[in-house]
Design a protein around this ligand. Structure first.
Ligand code: BYC
Length: 334
C-alpha cells in the first residue's frame, strides 16, 4: 500500500543528537493537528514507538485469528459459521493494513514477523486465553472487540497519517464484530438455563482479561507520556478502561448477566462504574509468556508461517516474471 514511499532509514542516532530546531518544528506540527506522513522528518523515538505499537497491533490481529478460528468448524449453524468466518478473515485483513502502515516507517514486514516469531515482539495479552465454549465467541465479539473499538476510535485521529487512515476501516469492521458478539450473547442469555449459564461462564472468564487489554495502569505505563505528547494516543490507558467499563456494564445487565467483580458499583456522583483491583500479577505473567495459551499460539503461528513459505516464494517468482515480461515489452517498443 505505502511501501514505495520508503526513504526513511534507521539512523541509529540517539534522540539527544537530533536537531532541536527540527524537534521543535515537528512538535509544532503535532500541536497544530497536522498529520505526519511517511517521508516527513520525524524524531527517531517517534518512528520507533510507532513501529513498536503498530507492529504489536498487527501481530495481535493475526494471533487473534486463532482463538476464534477454533470455533469455525463447530459453529452451531450455517449463519453463525458464515459470520465467524467473515470476522476471522477481517482480522487477517486488519493485520495486513497494519503491517503495511508499519512498513512506511522503514521496517519490512519480514523483519516484523521475524520479531514476533523470535518472541521479541509482543501481541495483545487477551489472545493467550482459550475459547472453551461457543459462548466465548460471543464474549470475544462483545468484550474484546468492544475494548478494541474503545481503544482504536481515538487512533483514527492519531498523528501518523497511515496508521490513522488504516484505523478508520478497522474500526468500522470492529463495530460489526462487536454487534455479532453481543447478538450471540443475547441469544444465549434468552435461551435455556444451560445456554444462559454458558454465557455467564464466558463473561466470568473474559471480563478481567478484557480490562487488561488497555495496558498497565497510568502510573506504570512507560510509553504514555511520549505517545500522548505526540498525539499517537489521545487518552490514557486508565481513561479508556473506564470508558469501556461505563459502556459495557449496562450492556451486561441488559443481558441479565453478573460481572465477576464484587466491588463493581456505580458512583452516583460521577456516574462512573467503579471496578475492583485488576490482578496485575496475572497480566505480567501473560506478558512474560506464561499465560494459558502463549506457547500454543506461537507454535501454531510458527507452523502457519513455515507452511506458507511456498506461497510467498511463488508470489515473488510470479511478480519477478511479470516485471521481466513488462521490461521485455518496453525494450521491444523502444
Ligand atoms: N498486551 O507503556 P504501556 C484487537 C505492553 S487487537 C500485551 O502502557 P503503550 C483484536 C506494551 O506494549 C488488540 N502487551 O504501552 C484483534 C509495553 O511493552 P513494550 C491490540 C501490552 O504502548 C482480533 C508495556 O506493556 N490493540 O483488538 O503506551 C480480534 C507497557 O505498556 C498490553 C492494539 O495493539 C497488552 N494488553 O500502551 C479482536 C492497539 N498492554 O512494547 C480484537 C494499539 C501493554 O515496551 N496499541 N502492553 O515491550 C495501544 O493502544 C497501546 O500499545 C496499548 C499499550 C494501550 C496496548
Amino acid at each position: 500500500m505505502y511501501t514505495q514511499a520508503l526513504n526513511v532509514k534507521d539512523t541509529g542516532k540517539p534522540a539527544s543528537a537530533e536537531d532541536p530546531g527540527k524537534l521543535a518544528r515537528f512538535q509544532a506540527r503535532i500541536d497544530a493537528e497536522e498529520k505526519i506522513e511517511p517521508n516527513d522528518w520525524m524524531p527517531e523515538a517517534y518512528r520507533r514507538t510507532l513501529i513498536r505499537q503498530i507492529s504489536q497491533h498487527a501481530h495481535s490481529e493475526i494471533i487473534g485469528m486463532q482463538p476464534e478460528g477454533n470455533w469455525i468448524t463447530r459453529a452451531p449453524s450455517l449463519r453463525r459459521k458464515a459470520g465467524l468466518l467473515a470476522k476471522v478473515q477481517d482480522e487477517g485483513g486488519h493485520g495486513l493494513y497494519l503491517y503495511a502502515a508499519a512498513e512506511t516507517l522503514g521496517c519490512s514486514r519480514e523483519e516484523l514477523v521475524d520479531q514476533l516469531l523470535a518472541g521479541k515482539a509482543k501481541y495483545s495479552s487477551i489472545f493467550n486465553y482459550p475459547t472453551l465454549s461457543w459462548a466465548d465467541i460471543g464474549a470475544i465479539g462483545w468484550l474484546v472487540d468492544g475494548a478494541a473499538i474503545m481503544n482504536q476510535i481515538p487512533l483514527c485521529r492519531c498523528s501518523y497519517g497511515p496508521y490513522a487512515r488504516a484505523m478508520i476501516r478497522v474500526c468500522k469492521e470492529e463495530s460489526f464484530h462487536q454487534r455479532q458478539g453481543y447478538e450471540i450473547m443475547m441469544t444465549l442469555s434468552r435461551g435455556s438455563a444451560a445456554q444462559k449459564a454458558m454465557a455467564q461462564d464466558a463473561l466470568n472468564r473474559w471480563w478481567w482479561p478484557s480490562l487488561m487489554m488497555f495496558g498497565p495502569s497510568d502510573k506504570d505505563s512507560v510509553h504514555s507520556t511520549d505517545t500522548m505528547k505526540w498525539k499517537i494516543k489521545r487518552f490514557s490507558n486508565d481513561d479508556l478502561r473506564q470508558k469501556f467499563v461505563d459502556a459495557t456494564v449496562p450492556q451486561g445487565h441488559y443481558l441479565g448477566l453478573e460481572f465477576p467483580d464484587p466491588a463493581l458499583k456505580r458512583d452516583e456522583k460521577t456516574g462512573h462504574w467503579q471496578h475492583g483491583e485488576i490482578d496485575w500479577s496475572e497480566f505480567k505473567r501473560v506478558l512474560a509468556g506464561d499465560g494459558p495459551c502463549n506457547r500454543q499460539r506461537m507454535k501454531v503461528r510458527t507452523k502457519a508461517h513455515e507452511d506458507g513459505t511456498w506461497v510467498r516464494e511463488a508470489a515473488l517468482a510470479h511478480a519477478r516474471k511479470r516485471a521481466e515480461r513488462a521490461a521485455a515489452v518496453r525494450i521491444a517498443a523502444e
